[in-house]
Design a protein around this ligand. Structure first.
Ligand SMILES: Cc1cc2nc3c(=O)[nH]c(=O)nc-3n(C[C@H](O)[C@H](O)[C@H](O)COP(=O)(O)OP(=O)(O)OC[C@H]3O[C@@H](n4cnc5c(N)ncnc54)[C@H](O)[C@@H]3O)c2cc1C
Length: 402
């Protein structure tokens, strides 16, 4: 039965390749097509360490070709339109592809345009970001060349991918400033649109201690809405306890920006998007089965999905087997039995050699893998983050083995 079904996977990032590898083991060769224009595949979690100069950024980049499973056809093109009624996808050259089943793994979009002045300033005048591969070396350079003053690290409203990364790079920056003797001449601010340092109380409490120990000054409910790069001024929308909003300008010598994020346009503008509520604009899927709520031949995985989890590669590792099992059931006309529990993980690097491994599911339920207090900074978790997880990603997850 599976032989006659055409399965299209949109996006060959962490989610797309994880699903393709698992599907290729159970679906006959030729039935699966994956679409992605990128010749390179990135392990984005390393960008935090590369931004602090701990590893070269090139360690996060490999040839996409090496990860396309055999029997899977790869079309090097971009999707511009999805028509779920006609079961058709349109590519940049106008080519149209029909499908029987669709897996949407398009990741997310960095909305630089929401912070006027930011994108064009990246890499100059103290403005940097680890969220762009091309900018990672600039972050490392700017942290090393920082000579004092205000260093501001921003965090936009969630959802974003890896909600811990905006502060991980800040903790590593603190360490670099101390090593270079510039920490005493500087103030470090964590300017977050949120009301707490982290969404889960047990980890928030642990991180509050880290922030205090390092002398970092949190600025809650401070959303970056623009910059005047020539004057090195960051403009924040500040919300007070009563909900009143005002604008505030802060001078910086270094500004690390994490932009707001959204689903790609071809999702937000299609009937595939969630129309209302917290997940508005993201791919509308059931949070347990990852099947589209309306179009039952469509599944989603990864950052693009509108589920109330934390968007990470770790989440995808747990989602991939669920998507594949449920897709196979859908093909066979059976009930979908596999469920994703919302698992996500964030190895919170607090300094080189120390990590708090935050693992949790839907509603903030703690889901520790190891039988130890998960809120403690540990060297063992650093070894996991620095050495084991990258290997597990390239050799396990992307090959459908882990
Ligand atoms: C700085 C940083 C640190 C992070 N740290 C961690 C961490 O410590 N732990 C963790 O688990 N996760 C971490 N993450 C998050 C993790 O990398 C992402 O959640 C994960 O890569 C998302 O996978 P995805 O498949 O949804 O999207 P992606 O891996 O981004 O893949 C999306 C793919 O879609 C393709 N695409 C885009 N548009 C189109 C189009 N129109 N047509 C066809 N293809 C298209 C892209 O080329 C890309 O290959 C981090 C991310 C960043 C940026």
């Amino acid at each position: 039965m599976t032989q006659s079904k055409r399965i299209l996977i949109l996006g060959a990032g962490s989610g797309g390749i994880s699903v393709a590898s698992r599907l290729a083991k159970v679906i006959p060769a030729g039935a699966i097509t994956i679409i992605d224009p990128s010749e390179k595949h990135y392990y984005q979690p390393l960008w935090t360490l590369a931004g602090a100069g701990v590893v070269p950024k090139e360690m996060s980049e490999k040839s996409q070709q090496d990860f396309i499973p055999s029997g899977v056809q790869w079309i090097r093109d971009s999707v511009v339109h999805i028509d779920p009624e006609r079961k058709q996808v349109q590519l940049t050259q106008g080519n149209k592809l029909d499908y029987d089943f669709l897996v949407v793994a398009l990741g997310l979009r960095l909305c630089w345009e929401n912070i006027p002045g930011a994108k064009e300033s990246l890499g100059t005048n103290g403005v940097c970001s680890i969220y762009e591969y091309d900018q990672v070396d600039k972050v490392s350079q700017m942290l090393q060349e920082f000579r004092g003053g205000n260093a501001i690290f921003t965090m936009p409203p969630v959802p974003i991918k890896c909600a811990g990364a905006p502060q991980k790079i800040m903790y590593l920056a603190d360490e670099i400033f101390r090593q270079n003797g510039t920490r005493e001449k500087s103030r470090i601010f964590f300017a977050t649109a949120g009301k707490a340092i982290f969404g889960i109380p047990v980890f928030a409490q642990a991180l509050e201690k880290v922030v205090k120990r390092k002398g970092i000054e949190p600025l809650f409910q401070h959303q970056l809405i623009g910059i005047k790069a020539d004057k090195k001024i960051a403009i924040f929308l500040v919300t007070d306890h009563e909900g009143h909003q005002s604008q505030k300008e802060v001078h910086y010598e270094l500004l690390h920006i994490v932009p707001p994020m959204a689903a790609p346009h071809m999702i937000t503008e299609s009937p595939l998007a969630e129309q209302d509520g917290d997940q508005k604009g993201w791919l509308s899927v059931d949070k347990f089965t990852l099947q589209h709520k309306q179009f039952k031949n469509v599944f989603g995985i990864g950052d693009v999905t509108g589920v109330p989890n934390s968007k990470t590669g770790a989440a995808i590792r747990k989602q991939a087997p669920v998507v594949v099992a449920n897709l196979m059931s859908a093909i066979k006309g059976e009930e979908l039995a596999s469920k994703y529990d919302g698992y996500s993980s964030c190895p919170l690097v607090t300094q080189v050699g120390k990590v708090i491994l935050a693992e949790f599911g839907y509603d903030g339920t703690l889901m520790p893998t190891f039988p130890v207090d998960p809120s403690k900074e540990r060297r063992s978790m650093w070894i996991l983050k620095r050495y084991l997880l990258p290997w597990m990603y390239w050799e396990g997850m992307l090959k459908g083995r882990a």
